[in-house]
Design a protein around this ligand. Structure first.
Ligand code: XIL
Length: 491
């Protein structure tokens, strides 16, 4: 098997990190490691923390800074179908992509392939069938094989404006919702996402590749959007990833949050970014920040400390989730960005002559702090699964168990609600939180209260549970939640 050298370099770091955290399970040792000299490049600081820090580039942008500062490379445009696909799903014009892959390999960098199935920049594939998409997926995956660590198999599947729906244009027009229930997961449904991942997984398995298969989107970063409403696009992505990872097929290995943060109400940096990363990680997938840039509007046109603080928040949210294994910025310098007027990157200057911004120093500093307080996430290793039947004498209509991922000062709780000997139409879970614990966010449930006794009730779509089946909701909080008790009531 052809293991990309860059990848081989990172594995032991991540494994060592997980082992260290596991050893301290329960009370994670925070900040007790002996002080180490700070690294002076993003690449080295990230590697020490157990993740990659990458950049999007084109052959014309491969100045020395790329391999010095970055451990991972995403072709900004050169692997998109409009560049490399023929109308029958063959490959053409792969020279620039080859240049980038070769550069990465020479410099021990990981590569993210970007992107196979996308409504935009589709070129000669525009409007084609699933069969031709499958041909293209096979050709692209096998051309570079395990030299590509991660491929974005499906990009931007979800609609805008926080409506929580799939896009309707091609390639999503290939999907069919047979029973009209709004999802594409049922027997009889056709789903271009599932079919594309199935094909990609088949190619990976047949060719014994190491390549991991990712779904990538934007405006999915937070649990909420500006103003506190639920981020329905994030929820829709979560439902897709859950559907295709928790069943018999494990089709999706990784989730990319593009993270093009700007002043659109759905594109802002919310305080629940970490909780959202965590819940995806808890599905067992890697999470990546894949196309990071932060509009100067989000710092009142301040590209000094204001923007630097925003970068810190994003980097810290990833560092605090063990399975958040990489961050990629969408370009080197503001002037060369796809949205240059937003001045959203880490360097000024251009054409190989770059100057570090305050945001660069903030990211470096945050990476150098490492993953203090990180949790290893799923399969949950923290204890405290507790089940409280509501009536001890009768078989319970439902039960609830909690898996906690805790760090010093905070936690994420994932609660599984299971129907007993008969199906239920709705449920309420009463959580008794220890003194000092307070809920700050929650998902897939309605909540009453924040500390002490906190009530969670089903939302519309997850109320009905068949006999023996279960659903999950979650909440995030401050303080320590060990010892939380749960009681489930059918409603
Ligand atoms: C952008 C590139 O940066 C531009 O150069 C190009 O003109 C258009 O595409 N989401 C994605 C990326 O997944 O592929 C996009 O890249 C930015 C938004």
């Amino acid at each position: 098997m052809n293991v990309p050298s860059g990848r081989a370099r990172y594995r032991p770091v991540i494994a060592a990190l997980a082992a260290a955290v596991l050893a301290g399970a329960g009370a994670v040792a925070v900040g007790k490691a002996p002080a180490q000299a700070a690294e002076t490049t993003l690449r080295a600081a990230a590697a020490k923390a157990g993740l990659f820090f990458g950049v999007a580039a084109s052959p014309g942008r491969l100045s020395s800074i790329v391999s010095q500062e970055f451990g991972q490379l995403t072709p900004e445009n050169d692997m998109k179908p409009d560049t490399i696909a023929t109308s029958s799903g063959g490959l053409r014009n792969t020279g620039n992509a080859d240049t980038l892959v070769n550069y990465a390999q020479t410099n021990n960098m990981l590569v993210r392939g970007h992107t196979l199935v996308w409504h935009s920049q589709a070129g000669q594939l525009q409007g084609t069938s699933q069969a031709t998409l499958n041909t293209f997926i096979g050709n692209a995956l096998t051309r570079w094989g395990s030299r590509i660590a991660y491929w974005d198999v499906v990009n931007e599947a979800l609609d805008d404006n926080n409506n929580g729906r799939r896009r309707t244009q091609w390639p999503h027009s290939l999907s069919r919702d047979a029973n009209g229930d709004g999802d594409f997961f049922d027997a009889g449904d056709t789903d271009v996402i599932r079919n594309s991942f199935r094909r990609a997984k088949e190619v990976v398995q047949q060719n014994n590749l190491n390549t991991k298969l990712c779904i990538n989107d934007y405006d999915v970063e937070g649990l909420t959007v500006r103003g506190g409403a639920r981020n329905n696009k994030a929820q829709a992505l979560y439902d897709i990833v859950r559907a295709y990872t928790q069943g018999t097929e494990r089709l999706i290995d990784c989730v990319g949050f593009q993270a093009h943060f700007n002043d659109n109400p759905n594109s802002v940096i919310t305080d629940d970014l970490q909780a959202n990363i965590q819940r995806f990680a808890d599905l067992g997938v890697e999470v990546h920040i894949t196309e990071l840039d932060i509009d100067d509007d989000l710092s009142n046109n301040d590209i000094g400390q204001g923007q630097a603080n925003n970068y810190r928040k994003v980097v810290r949210a990833c560092l605090n989730v063990a399975r958040c294994t990489g961050i990629t910025v969408w370009g080197i310098a503001d002037s060369e960005s796809w949205r240059s007027s937003e001045r959203g990157l880490l360097f000024t200057g251009g054409s190989g002559n770059y100057q570090k911004k305050a945001a660069y120093s903030a990211v470096l500093d945050e990476l150098n702090k490492g993953r203090s307080g990180v949790n290893p996430s799923s399969p949950p290793v923290s204890p405290s699964a507790s089940t409280s039947p509501s009536t001890p004498t009768d078989p319970s209509p439902c039960s609830a168990t909690v898996s906690l991922n805790s760090w010093t000062g905070g936690f994420v709780a994932t609660v599984r609600v299971t129907a007993g000997s008969s199906s239920i139409n709705g449920w309420r879970v009463t959580a008794g939180l220890p003194t000092g614990a307070a809920v700050t966010n929650h998902w897939s449930a309605e909540r009453t209260g924040a500390s002490g006794t906190v009530q969670f009730a089903n939302v519309g779509y997850n109320g009905p549970i068949a006999t023996g089946q279960s659903t999950e909701f979650g909440f995030q909080g401050t303080g320590a939640a060990d010892g939380t008790t749960l009681t489930c009531t059918a409603t």
